[in-house]
Design a binder for this molecule. Structure first.
Ligand code: PRP
Length: 174
């Protein structure tokens, strides 16, 4: 499929917003390390940049959860493809996500993590598409609220392509 890319959020806008979110997170947490749980694979860029924007101690882990096939729409099916390395009991968990779309992924993940008795669970997402929500999700930190357009770049893919774009772009069919 021939495709055209249109910049929606520039590299500079992302960097500025991530810095703001890091400062906000620094202010919000009292003490102890924050466990940043990145959701593979789309969140890797945001996870890496947000970790460095936070000056409090952080610990880093990843969980693999897949809710999409290779197409553009959610299958509604969620599966864990890689679990966390450690117990999260008694810990402050900040889930780091690239995009909240239908909410299926995060609705499921927050329920799974709550059963492991963490001290707190919050969500930080770079992008939020509220128009697409099918399941409720309480998102504490939102980078950008975006319209219902298909976006790629800065970790987000279409059929595994475009993750390394520095900007978040709308993928338009030609
Ligand atoms: C994407 C995205 C989120 C999820 C959001 O992941 O990274 O994790 O979908 O969609 P939802 O709110 O409708 O559940 P995907 O399964 O495409 O995997 P990826 O991160 O490896 O690209």
């Amino acid at each position: 499929m021939p495709a055209k890319l249109r910049v929606l959020i520039s590299e500079q806008q992302i960097a500025d917003r991530v810095r703001e979110l890091g400062a906000e997170i620094d202010r919000d947490y009292q003490d102890g390390p924050i466990h940043l749980v990145g959701i593979l694979k789309g969140a890797i860029m945001f996870h890496a940049d947000l970790a460095r924007a936070i000056t409090r101690p952080v610990r880093i882990d990843f969980i693999g959860i897949s809710s999409y096939g290779k197409g553009k729409t959610s299958s509604g099916e969620v599966r864990v493809t890689r679990d966390l390395d450690t117990s999260i009991e008694g810990m402050d968990i900040l889930i780091v996500e690239d995009i909240v779309d239908s909410g299926v992924t995060l609705n499921y993940l927050t329920q799974v993590l709550q059963t492991r008795k963490p001290k707190s669970v919050r969500i930080a997402t770079l992008l939020d598409k509220p128009d697409r929500r099918m399941r409720p999700v309480e998102v504490r930190y939102v980078g950008f609220t975006i319209p219902d357009e298909f976006v790629v770049g800065y970790g987000l893919d279409f059929a595994e392509n475009y993750r390394n774009l520095r900007d978040v772009c709308v993928l338009e069919e030609e």
